[in-house]
Every structure is written in structure tokens, then in C-alpha cells.
Design a protein around this ligand. Structure first.
Ligand code: NAD
Length: 254
């Protein structure tokens, strides 16, 4: 599916990351991957992984415009152009991923929105100049954008903005034949999700109500991302695709 395709994966912290599942699927389907890491510490984690020890890793803290500009200028210089981008990045102060949403501080609201939502817009500013015709961008979202989920709080509001952003970005980039979609993944235990209060209860709840009677895996999310990044999905853009064992489709379950 991804033979001769080169692209960027942003947000792989460790082997529990959703970006890890996506990267494995991309590689299994023939893609070449460049990574970004938030800091040297995260870069080391990637280069320590046997399967990715030879992949290029750029440092890019997405809260810094200069970092993003430098990233794309280096990519242009070293690789010319790329075919896909995976944006698998989110952040909120974990103290605000519990209790009441109305206690969200202004500073965390802005920071969470900046890192988890605006960063995709900033990345897309470079897409038309660095991506090939037929390019595809995928970001990660969660059902907490559509309905309330205990403790998800500010991140639900941010994900709603991210999903709206995906539609606007898809509209802007359509003329360059570049697509933008989001995958709304069911709950998966990762570094980021472990910061959400009572997350294990969400995992149990979703498992019990899901039509498939289990939780989704990062490998399954990875395969759908690969499809969305490949030419097999050439007519799909601006969409939020649920990959959650059907959880979002269940209204009431006795
Ligand atoms: P993760 O902790 O493995 O990945 C989050 C990544 O964001 C990390 O690599 C971290 O370095 C990066 N990041 C945070 N701040 C950054 C910054 N300033 N600059 C650059 N990178 C930064 O967790 P994950 O669960 O794999 O999260 C990946 C994406 O999937 C997030 O958007 C998350 O909201 C989304 N998601 C997760 C779940 C879940 O249940 N785990 C469900 C649906 C969607």
C-alpha cells in the first residue's frame, strides 16, 4: 500500500504510543518514515528501538513556530518532498484531566489548544510546499469531542476544535490534491491517556458496551491510518473516522 512513499510521523513517545502502531503498520506496508520527537529524551527513546534505530529523527517541539519552520526546511533540503504526515500529538496538564471541566485554567486551556490543535494548522501551512500531489495527513482525535466523558475535560473541547480544523484544512488543501482526515480512536493505554483521571474505568466501560466486546488496539488504529495515508483512500478528505470497535454507535446498552 505504501511502496515508495516517504512521510513524517510526529508523536511517537514509546512502544505504547498510538504512533508506534501507526509506524509499524506503515513500515509493514512498505513506507519509509521520518520521525519527530519533542526533545532529545524522546529522540533517544526512538533510536533505542531496534526496528527504528536507523530512521531519521528531527527534534520538533510543536509549541515553537521556529521548530516547525526548521523541521520543514530541513525536510525540503534533505528529502525534497514527502507523501504523508501523521500528527499524533496532544498535551494537557494532567491536574486538569480530573474533576470539573469548569475548573480549567486559562493557561492550560490555551496551552492544550496550542499543542493539541493549533500545531496541526501550523504543520499544514507547510504542506503544499513540501508534500507531493496526492499527499495525505492524518491526526488523532477521541469521542470526548462529541459527548462528555468524565475527566477528559479540556481535551474534549480541544478535540472538537481539532476536528473542525480538519474540515477547514481539508478544504484549503484540496486544491493541491492533499487530503486531511482524523481517526477517532477508542481508548488505549498510553503515556498521554494515563494522565486522564480514572482512565481504566473508561477502558472497562468501552469494552463492555462495544459491539465487538473489546477495546481497540493501536495496531488496528495503525492499519486504518495507513489506509487513509494511502492511495486506496484517494477520495476521502475532511472526515472523522471512528476506529473504536463500534463504541460511538451505541446509544443505550442493557
Ligand atoms: P503518547 O503519550 O504516546 O503520545 C503523545 C505524544 O505527544 C508524545 O509523543 C509527546 O512527546 C507528544 N507531545 C506532547 N507535547 C508536545 C510538544 N509540545 N511538541 C511535540 N510533541 C509533543 O499518547 P497517545 O495516546 O499515543 O497520543 C497520541 C494521540 O492520540 C493524541 O492526539 C491523543 O489525544 C490521541 N488519542 C489517544 C487515545 C488514547 O486512548 N490513548 C484515544 C484517542 C486519541
Amino acid at each position: 500500500m505504501m511502496k515508495n512513499k516517504v512521510g513524517l510521523v510526529m508523536g511517537m513517545a514509546n512502544e505504547y504510543s498510538i504512533a508506534y502502531g501507526i509506524s509499524k503498520s506503515l513500515i509493514n506496508n512498505g513506507a519509509n518514515i521520518l520521525f519527530t520527537a519533542q526533545s532529545d529524551r524522546f529522540k533517544q527513546k526512538i533510536t533505542d528501538m531496534e526496528e527504528f534505530k536507523n530512521n531519521k529523527v528531527f527534534i520538533c517541539d510543536v509549541s515553537d513556530d521556529n521548530n516547525i519552520e526548521q523541521l520543514f526546511s530541513s525536510i525540503k533540503q534533505e528529502y525534497g518532498s514527502i507523501d504523508f504526515i501523521v500528527h499524533s500529538i496532544a498535551f494537557s496538564d494532567r491536574k486538569e484531566l480530573q474533576g470539573k471541566y469548569y475548573n480549567t485554567s486559562r493557561s492550560n486551556f490555551l496551552n492544550a489548544m496550542d499543542i493539541s490543535c493549533y500545531s496541526l494548522t501550523k504543520v499544514c501551512q507547510y504542506a503544499s510546499s513540501v508534500m507531493n500531489n496526492g499527499g495525505s495527513i492524518v491526526t488523532l482525535t477521541y469521542y470526548g469531542s462529541e459527548k462528555t466523558v468524565p475527566n477528559y475535560n479540556v481535551m474534549g473541547v480541544v478535540k472538537a476544535a481539532l476536528e473542525s480544523s480538519v474540515r477547514y484544512l481539508a478544504s484549503d488543501l484540496g486544491e493541491f490534491n492533499i487530503r486531511v482526515n482524523a481517526v477517532s480512536a477508542g481508548p488505549i493505554k498510553t503515556l498521554a491517556s494515563s494522565g486522564v483521571g480514572e482512565f481504566s474505568k473508561v477502558l472497562d466501560y468501552e469494552k463492555n458496551r462495544s459491539p465487538l466486546q473489546r477495546n481497540i488496539t493501536k495496531e488496528e488504529v495503525g492499519n486504518v491510518c495507513t489506509f487513509l495515508l494511502s492511495e486506496f483512500s484517494s477520495g476521502i478528505t475532511g472526515e472523522i473516522i471512528h476506529v473504536d470497535c463500534g463504541c460511538n454507535t451505541v446509544g443505550i446498552k442493557f
